[in-house]
Write a protein that binds this ligand. Structure first.
Ligand code: SF4
Ligand code: SF4
Length: 501
């Protein structure tokens, strides 16, 4: 497959009232991410390049997945083409390519499934839309399963709850198993397995970064706030996306977590072995790789002797931790049973706020007018705290505790209806920048509305991918890249350090 990507394209126009676009067939047929090199395929247990008998291997993998996950067969058998999901995908809304309609994306797999795994498809393929698995079909899988961020928005509107994200994961796993995995995700998984984080940041560099951040906090506040690394016997192990160690605005969020731990008087540590909360194993749909990455967290927790594990601001990391850790790396009988496992950093801070253990000077954020972007993996693939909808309430309550000015975006774009930032699901790579910019359109339109109506200056988020994606795409739409901010930066800026309460 050709290794080139389009750097020039038209940024969609922000309209006052979002419109469903007219179909433009093949509008994104040119979009596909770079294919993984042999070394990054083989390091994850996949063949290095397209195998000679790829049809046979692909169908065997499909049979395996159909046997392992009943949901896949149910999703492939159930769609009645009611059309309720048609205009719900941000990639369809931003690109107008009909293959980015969720049901059409599902059909890429469904049509092949019918041909080889159903009686009707074997006997009367044309009647039921069954198709042969040809090289052209394989190319379409590669293109369009990398134009889905596995965000699950479509499933909220489907009367049967068909989850396109699961089919995308299955499609990607089949692709990797025949030798055509995605470069970006596979390289990252390899780095985590070898070094411990997505960035390939070794322990000395991480230690140095944390020392610099301690100095920065001291310069700003005059208070000695620690960011400990590999401290045995700490109460809490914090696992956070490695973007928190250096990227903007993520790093300000990390300093915010440190201030909360400091003020709460709770000992904590980061781990150089498990220095990554992100788990790209989920993006490529591969259980074994997801398990291997998660195992590092369990091993680090045992090695350090902590009693609690808290997860930093990262959407899909929280999805993996909340929804899958228990079966991937549980049981957690070595941790303190009085606390949830895992616990989200927002849950942790919210609990302290509820107990009046933190004191705020909200005027510190008075130069900011906030809105909040619900990250899809938190909104639709997990929850937070012990109340229904806690994942929507808790981050907003933290913002309200820290800021005087907050306005939500339009209801059909928040909570479980939230739009993906456009860069989730392993698509946060420059070879997909056109897709990322176009897929961000629905969120940009909702943001523009609150900018116009309330003068919003900043959009807070609790996902490392959302923060990186918005920093990149904001300028395409005329917004300042610094408009995106970590929830824990807001909290950290308003937190009064000193005597604990
Ligand atoms: S899961 Fe998200 S990105 Fe994928 S088809 Fe559904 S709405 Fe689109
Ligand atoms: S909403 Fe569900 S049943 Fe209707 S077309 Fe979409 S996937 Fe099929």
């Amino acid at each position: 497959m050709a290794q080139a990507y389009k750097t020039e394209f038209d940024t969609p126009e922000i309209k006052e009232y979002p419109l469903i676009p007219h179909i433009r067939k093949g509008a994104m047929e040119h979009s596909k991410p770079f294919v993984a090199k042999a070394q990054h395929q083989e390091s994850l247990g996949f063949p290095g390049e397209l195998v000679d008998n790829w049809q046979q291997v692909a169908l065997a993998k499909m049979a395996e997945l159909l046997g392992k996950y009943r949901s896949i067969r149910v999703f492939l058998d159930t769609c009645v083409k009611c059309g309720a999901c048609t205009d719900k995908c941000h990639y369809y809304l931003g690109t107008a390519d009909p293959k980015n309609m969720p049901a059409a994306r599902q059909d890429l797999l469904r049509n092949v499934y019918r041909r080889y795994f159903t009686l009707a498809g074997k006997l009367f393929p044309k009647l039921v839309g069954a198709v042969e698995l040809t090289e052209e079909v394989l190319q379409d899988w590669y293109r369009y399963y990398h134009q889905c961020s596995e965000c699950r928005r479509c499933s909220v509107y489907c009367p049967f709850g068909i989850d396109t994200a699961e089919l995308t994961m299955a499609g990607r796993e089949i692709l990797a198993s025949v030798g055509v995995g995605q470069k970006y995700s596979n390289e990252i998984i390899t780095k985590v397995q070898k070094i411990g984080n997505n960035l390939g940041l070794p322990e000395p560099a991480l230690a140095n970064t944390l020392e610099n951040l301690e100095e920065e906090i001291k310069d700003d506040t005059g208070v000695d706030v620690r960011l400990p690394l590999d401290e045995k016997g700490a109460e809490v192990l914090l696992v956070t996306p490695s973007a928190d160690f250096f990227a903007e605005p993520h790093v300000d969020g990390l300093m915010g977590y440190a201030k909360v731990f400091h003020q709460a008087g709770i000992s904590w540590t980061l781990s150089s072995y498990a220095s990554e909360a992100a788990n790209f194993g989920i993006f490529i749909g591969n259980y074994d790789n997801m398990q291997k990455l998660a195992q590092r967290v369990r091993d680090a927790a045992l090695e350090l002797g902590v009693r609690r594990i808290i997860v930093g601001e990262c959407g899909h990391a929280w999805r993996v931790a909340y929804s899958f850790w228990n079966t991937l790396i549980g049981p957690f009988d070595f941790l303190d049973p009085d606390y949830p496992v895992p616990q989200h950093i927002c849950e942790f801070s919210y609990d302290l706020i509820q107990r009046n253990a933190l004191k705020f000077d909200k005027t510190a954020n008075d130069h900011r007018i906030l809105t909040f972007h619900d990250s899809c993996n938190v909104a639709r693939a997990s929850r937070m705290g012990n109340m229904p909808g806690g994942q929507f309430v808790i981050p907003r309550e933290i913002i309200r505790a820290s800021c005087n000015h907050f306005h939500d975006m339009s209801p059909e774009t928040i909570h479980e209806h939230t739009f993906c930032c456009g860069g989730g699901g392993g698509l946060l790579t420059d070879d997909l920048v056109e897709l990322r910019v176009k897929g961000a359109l629905p969120r940009m339109e909702a943001l523009q509305q609150v900018v116009d109506e309330f003068g919003v200056t900043h959009m807070a988020a609790i996902c490392a991918i959302c923060k990186s994606q918005f920093s990149k795409v904001f300028p395409y739409y005329g917004f300042d890249m610094d408009m995106v901010i970590s929830v824990h930066q807001l909290l950290g800026d308003a937190l009064v350090l000193g005597e604990t309460h």
